[in-house]
Design a protein around this ligand. Structure first.
Ligand SMILES: *[C@@H]1O[C@H](CO)[C@@H](O)[C@H](O)[C@H]1NC(C)=O
Ligand SMILES: *[C@@H]1O[C@H](CO)[C@@H](O)[C@H](O)[C@H]1NC(C)=O
Ligand SMILES: *[C@@H]1O[C@H](CO)[C@@H](O)[C@H](O)[C@H]1NC(C)=O
Ligand SMILES: *[C@@H]1O[C@H](CO)[C@@H](O)[C@H](O)[C@H]1NC(C)=O
Ligand SMILES: *[C@@H]1O[C@H](CO)[C@@H](O)[C@H](O)[C@H]1NC(C)=O
Ligand SMILES: *[C@@H]1O[C@H](CO)[C@@H](O)[C@H](O)[C@H]1NC(C)=O
Ligand SMILES: *[C@@H]1O[C@H](CO)[C@@H](O)[C@H](O)[C@H]1NC(C)=O
Ligand SMILES: *[C@@H]1O[C@H](CO)[C@@H](O)[C@H](O)[C@H]1NC(C)=O
Ligand SMILES: *[C@@H]1O[C@H](CO)[C@@H](O)[C@H](O)[C@H]1NC(C)=O
Length: 568
């Protein structure tokens, strides 16, 4: 039944789009005008809800609200790092599982991530095959009666592939061949991949995708990530995308021939634990999505989109089985979809001028007011059923309750306990190396903290006052001398995370203990996007760590014997 369709897109690098599984096989195909689900010509609305970003107890309510909001499908990534935290140990319990590669992968000898590299391809093939086989065994794919009706391999690789050269191109071909060889029985997409080989459907991700064209005119025009807002950075403001603008982008996409649209995110949720996805990204992943971090309706966004979905669904039969023409009409663009046999029509009127409203006279079809930066949908081309700038949904109103948080906070009693750090402050770690190690490779992502400890024998009084200088690649450094905190510093929030810490310190004649605590901020101790992003370093790798004395004389401690402790 069309109304109960609720599908999943699988992104692997894999995404799943799911429908409510009914046990009845779902056959999925497409042409340039429609997705064809069991023979029925459809346009599809989908929303990203990533299962690790909410608690399992929230899932039924989130899915119910997604359905009620007019979605046909849910999209989720499959999170490699969550499912294979240790090499070879794949857990398939979806309930226990952020986009990301597991850290062990970085450390395999000879590996280069996301390129034509045998070591990497071997691991990727093993993991994806395992997940797909698991889905097949559980009969999760549409033709098996399951909910998965679409799958994606890789993610926005087109954006970063340039620097990989020919190896990037052959990697993408290999990904396509791998996908096809898995015989999942549902279509595969590749987002932002203009050279996606058939039968991969290349798709658009962005705030607006109306001008996007698939690389094969026979393929459907798909928007796999419509960015409903953005994630929050530390110290940054909460991003907001107005409901009117989001609705405009959706309506414009369908006006321009789109047939599939996925909200990124529909529910963003929370990056639990240390899974924030990159340095200086906050734990909230709310994204200004239609459902807020806790699963409440984010109004008027949720309701305004619900009305839009209903409006487009009401003209779905015409949209998916007709030809369209667009012409400038006054100061708007008029797109008319017409079914050749029946003559049934539906129209979109868009006004992309950001300041100037439009009054459009369609003669016998009526007069229309199209506000600046909006799209109207006209049923039968003569009745406005929706305008993206006209909101009729109630706003969310926050009410401050009496006896609020202040009173309750005042009544709380607090207790403190110091962390036992003596071993570290005394310089006793778990292993030693005569050099400064890279942080992630050392912690294997078991912790965000790595302690670097050494000592220096001061034999010349001239060195009892010196500057401790540490060059680190990020992100936060705390320095202790002889068990006392002497200072801390953190990297700028934007871009480059390496910095130099300098502090005047007092040293004693004889042995002095230097203890440095390096902390990574964000799941992976490196930047999370861009070509070769996995090669970026964190921590005091290579240093140098120096004492700077009079006239800039230096004692280089970098190749001292360093003792290490991963703080777990
Ligand atoms: C598409 O429209 C044609 C008439 O133009 C009609 O004959 C055909 O049945 C329609 N197809 C579907 C799947 O509705
Ligand atoms: C009409 O469409 C064209 C192409 O998308 C666009 O550049 C132009 O701004 C539109 N005009 C109006 C008034 O919306
Ligand atoms: C919007 O309309 C005004 C008035 O017609 C015109 O001056 C302006 O150039 C238009 N802006 C855009 C971006 O089309
Ligand atoms: C520090 O250096 C002095 C002078 O070389 C030496 O006498 C002393 O034993 C050293 N102290 C330690 C603890 O190694
Ligand atoms: C810091 O130490 C350097 C070198 O010992 C010295 O020249 C400088 O005056 C000191 N600065 C302060 C603020 O104590
Ligand atoms: C360490 O930092 C200092 C100060 O920023 C800089 O002058 C020096 O070149 C850095 N050393 C290395 C090896 O990067
Ligand atoms: C990350 O590594 C790449 C390649 O080694 C380099 O081009 C880029 O500048 C690095 N980025 C940061 C933030 O260090
Ligand atoms: C940080 O790294 C960049 C690129 O490697 C380098 O140019 C810059 O000097 C470094 N900054 C510091 C403070 O070490
Ligand atoms: C020591 O280094 C600092 C910064 O690099 C420089 O400004 C200063 O002139 C140097 N002093 C001497 C005595 O070389």
């Amino acid at each position: 039944m069309a109304g109960s369709l609720m599908e999943v897109l699988l992104v692997f690098g894999l995404a799943l789009l799911c429908s409510g599984a009914s046990g009845v096989p779902t056959q999925v195909s497409y042409d340039s005008n429609a997705f064809i689900i069991n023979g029925e010509r459809r346009v599809l609305f989908s929303g990203a809800i990533h299962y690790p970003r909410s608690t399992p107890g929230m899932w039924p309510d989130l899915i119910r609200k997604a359905k009620e909001g007019g979605l046909d499908m849910i999209e989720t990534y499959i999170f490699w790092d969550r499912h294979e935290p240790k090499r070879g140990e794949v857990n398939t319990d979806l309930a226990r599982y952020a986009r990301g590669f597991p850290v062990w992968l970085h450390n395999l000898p000879g590996i280069k991530l996301r390129t034509d590299n045998e070591v990497y391809k071997n691991e990727m093939q093993k993991f994806i095959t395992k997940i797909v086989n698991m889905c097949k065994e559980a009969k999760l794919f549409g033709p098996q009666g399951g909910p998965i009706i679409l799958a994606q391999i890789e993610n926005e690789y087109g954006n970063v592939m340039g620097p990989y050269g020919e190896a990037g191109k052959s990697y993408i071909k290999w990904c396509a061949e791998l996908a096809v060889s898995l015989n999942v029985g549902v279509p595969w997409v590749m987002c932002k991949q203009a050279d996606a080989p058939e039968p991969m459907i290349n798709t658009c991700n962005g705030f607006y995708c109306n001008t996007f064209k698939p690389n094969n005119p026979k393929n459907p025009k798909m928007l796999t990530e419509n960015w409903v807002g953005w994630f929050v950075r530390w110290g940054g403001r909460k991003p907001h995308r107005p409901a009117e603008d989001l609705a405009l982008s959706v309506a414009l996409f369908f006006q321009s021939g789109g047939i599939f649209m996925n909200y990124y995110m529909y529910h963003g949720g929370t990056n639990f634990g240390r899974t924030a996805g990159g340095p200086y990204i906050a734990t909230s992943y709310e994204y200004d999505a239609p459902l807020d971090e806790y699963g409440n309706l984010n109004q008027p966004k949720w309701g305004h989109l619900k009305q839009l979905h209903a409006a487009i669904k009401s003209v779905e039969k015409i949209l998916t089985n007709s030809t369209s023409t667009t012409k400038e009409f006054g100061n708007a663009n008029l797109t008319t979809y017409t079914n050749a046999a029946t003559g049934e029509r539906v129209c979109f009127l868009s006004n992309l001028n950001t300041t100037q409203d439009a009054h459009i006279d369609l003669q016998k079809d009526g007069k229309y007011f199209v506000p600046a930066w909006s799209v109207s949908i006209l049923e039968g081309c003569n009745k406005e059923i929706y305008n993206s700038a006209k909101i009729s949904t109630q706003e969310t109103v926050m009410v401050k309750k009496p006896d609020g948080a202040e009173n309750r906070l005042a009544k709380l009693s607090w207790q403190w306990t110091a962390e036992p750090l003596e071993d570290r402050l005394d310089g006793r770690g778990d292993f030693t190396k005569p050099k400064l190690l890279e942080q992630t490779a050392t912690t294997l992502d078991a912790s965000d903290y790595l302690w670097y400890m050494t000592s220096v024998n001061i034999t010349d009084k001239a060195w009892t006052n010196a500057i401790l200088r540490v060059n680190t690649t990020g992100h936060v450094l705390h320095a202790f001398v002889n068990g006392k905190l002497v200072g801390y510093k953190w990297a700028d929030v934007g871009g480059i995370f390496n910095f130099t810490f300098e502090k005047n310190v007092t040293l004693n004649p004889g042995i002095n203990r230097i203890t440095l605590l390096s902390a990574a901020v964000g799941l992976k101790a490196c930047i999370n996007y861009g070509a070769f992003y996995d090669t970026n370093t964190t921590g005091i790798v290579g240093g140098p760590v120096e004492l700077v004395g009079k006239e800039n004389a230096t004692i280089d401690l970098s190749s001292n014997l360093w003792s290490y402790k991963v703080n777990v």
